[in-house]
Design a protein around this ligand. Sequence first.
Ligand code: 13P
Length: 251
Amino acid sequence: MRKKIVAGNWKMNTTVTEGVALARAIVSKKNEVPEGVSLVVAPPFTHLTFVAAALKGTDIALSAQNCAYEPKGAFTGEVSAAMLKDAGCAYTILGHSERREYYGENSAKLVKKINLALDNGLKVIFCVGEKLAERKMGNHFEVVGAQISEVLFTLTPEQMKQIVIAYEPVWAIGTGVTATAEEAQEIHAFIRKTIAARFGEAIAEETTILYGGSCKPSNAKELFACPDIDGGLIGGASLNADDFLAIAKSY
Ligand code: 13P
């Protein structure tokens, strides 16, 4: 059975005080989440140590939202994979569409980042997804296939076992428009098939594939009922503990 995950990407939101309060609120009601659903929270870098303390003794995992593509040194403003591990992270998100769009994150950089993250004992939530124009032209399989092959196909099978994939159609992120369960299932199945073609059926079957993009308590149940959707990467709705937990309880 592959792992079910509901992960909250807080993006550039909350102060440290607010973030710790949010983490504590999630911890206080974690017992409502069905067994077998793992929770992950991804606060901003400045919050990590404090949120790690708030999560201590629970099985809620801490994630970063990004990491540097160099291991250390004169890279002003960057945070390394080793620092994230040291701060208590179990995961880092990599390749989020906002990083691809606004910070020039391309596959070459992502290959470096993913290797550094894995070398430092972090699991990776690797994001893929097409833009609206690409979907409209019917190119979404091609786009997502290339995002996967250019980065994940460079990994060894052992490394691939440490990867969670998040399919996040850019047109659904923060827009209130969700992919329908059919649209999401179709491309999740394609992603699993793509992984199987390179790494074999067994690894593909074990790979957790999350859906992200305007996922909320009202639509999570339908999305999570799809056979190839193994949870969600939640943006806006993860900033409210009750909404985040309601999504996790949709299983
Ligand atoms: P929203 O849930 O706010 O649409 O964001 C999704 C996302 O980008 C998570 O990484």
